[in-house]
Design a protein around this ligand. Structure first.
Ligand SMILES: Nc1nc2c(ncn2[C@@H]2O[C@H](COP(=O)(O)OP(=O)(O)OP(=O)(O)O)[C@@H](O)[C@H]2O)c(=O)[nH]1
Ligand SMILES: [Mg+2]
Length: 382
């Protein structure tokens, strides 16, 4: 049969062979070390969703506890669960987006694996979306909802502050913008996806702000629920998540002028200055070395310090290891050396112009920070 003839016969053959209908709802579960939770979560969601056609996509960052294997075992029994397993990557926000991108379901809902989110409200969330909302947020902070026993006092006050900060950038009233539990029209989410900060932990606030700035504000509905304590496994919440959120917030406040990772890079640079001065003091005063040798040693130590911190914090999602770690360190040294030259040239030029030491010094420092950030991002952690 010619290719044309085969093509003509194609739709008829497909009709006979394929009976696949995309489900109405995809339940996206970002996971890292959640082996002990997935099966129970699946069963609870199955009970909650009843006759709705749905699928579950677990997006797992190759968890060492074998979450992906556990999901694959479940897939042998239930056809509507599968695992998207990512290698050499970490990150909650990017996991959610990639889960949304692999489904054909018109509605997607993100739910934590640890059973903190109450799956019983899923039908109501879906109903609200079918009724016209682009985004339906599971909220702990409207009438009928509660943070319950799921948050400690300290976490609760942190969450309140983060919610207030989110309100400043959201541009619309949302009671629980830090929620990790939300249902959205897939098309609306994917329209914003290319402009989301992929390295964050908090994707909901980013979706709201980004959509609004693209001139497509989301019609938001909220459904209350009571937040539960984590079932099995450990929390991934840590101080880094808080700093990352600060970075996202600054980025959105400056309309994307300062990328989220710039804040972390700057903070790391600040600690590098402290390390540099401490080492310089140690070598000159305590060890009695000459200034030049001490300065060279202190610079190398501070640069290595900055590299290690950036590799583990700023670029935790694309951490370099093994040979790439060594290559990365060398490229970092080379780029920072160029940044140093940029610093001195800019400071010198400005100083010649107005003789203001502070202004010239500051301009040089800003210049080399921006240079180091931009170039190491492009070459060291590409
Ligand atoms: N794929 C992926 N999932 C992640 C990552 N970090 C966290 N998660 C998942 O995201 C969900 C939320 O993480 P949690 O550790 O429960 O964060 P939290 O709910 O803010 O903190 P707790 O209240 O202490 O549980 C869980 O299902 C995690 O397994 C990650 O780097 N990659
Ligand atoms: Mg949790």
């Amino acid at each position: 049969m010619s290719i044309e003839a085969e093509q003509n016969a194609f739709p008829a053959q497909v009709d006979q062979q394929v009976h696949f209908q995309p489900p109405q709802l995809a339940v996206i579960v970002p996971s890292y070390n959640e082996r002990g939770n997935i099966e129970l979560l699946y069963e609870k969601v199955a009970i909650a969703l009843g006759n709705t056609s749905w699928e579950m996509i677990v997006v797992d960052d190759n968890s060492p506890d074998g979450t992906a294997e556990a999901v694959n075992e479940l897939s042998q029994v239930y056809p509507n669960i599968r695992c998207l397993r990512r290698f050499g990557r970490r990150g909650l926000a990017s996991a959610c987006v990639e889960g949304m991108a692999v489904t054909a379901a018109p509605y997607v809902v993100v739910i934590d694996a640890d059973l903190q989110h109450d799956e019983a409200i899923l039908p109501e969330m879906l109903a609200q979306a079918i009724g016209g909302a682009d985004l339906v947020v599971g909220s702990r902070f409207i009438a009928g909802g509660s943070a319950g026993a799921g948050l400690s006092e300290r976490r609760l006050s942190g969450s309140r502050l983060a919610t207030r900060m989110a309100g400043m950038i959201a541009g619309q009233a949302v009671s629980d913008p830090m929620s990790g539990f939300f249902l959205i029209r897939r098309e609306a989410a994917l329209a914003a996806a290319p402009r989301l900060a992929s390295d964050g932990f908090k994707i909901l606030i980013d979706l709201i702000v980004t959509s609004a700035r693209m001139g497509k504000p989301l019609a938001v509905a909220e459904v209350p629920y009571t937040f539960r304590p984590r079932h099995a496994g450990e929390s991934k919440m840590n101080p880094l998540v808080v700093i990352q959120y600060g970075g996202l917030w600054v980025s959105k406040l400056t309309n994307g002028l300062l990328p989220p990772s710039f804040l972390l890079f700057g903070l790391v640079g600040g600690t590098g200055v402290v390390v540099h001065l401490a080492m310089l003091g140690l070598f000159t005063a305590a060890l009695g070395q000459g200034f030049l040798l001490s300065q060279v040693a202190a610079t190398l130590i501070a640069m290595t310090w900055n590299f290690v911190l950036n590799n583990n914090l700023t670029y935790a999602d694309r951490k370099l290891r093994g040979v790439r770690l060594i290559k990365g360190l060398l490229s970092f040294f080379a780029i920072c050396a160029l940044g140093g030259i940029a610093n001195i040239s800019v400071a010198h030029a400005i100083y010649q112009f107005d003789q203001q030491t502070l202004v010239a010094g500051l301009a040089g420092a800003v210049m080399s920070s921006v240079f180091n950030y931009a170039v190491t991002r492009a070459f060291t952690w590409k």
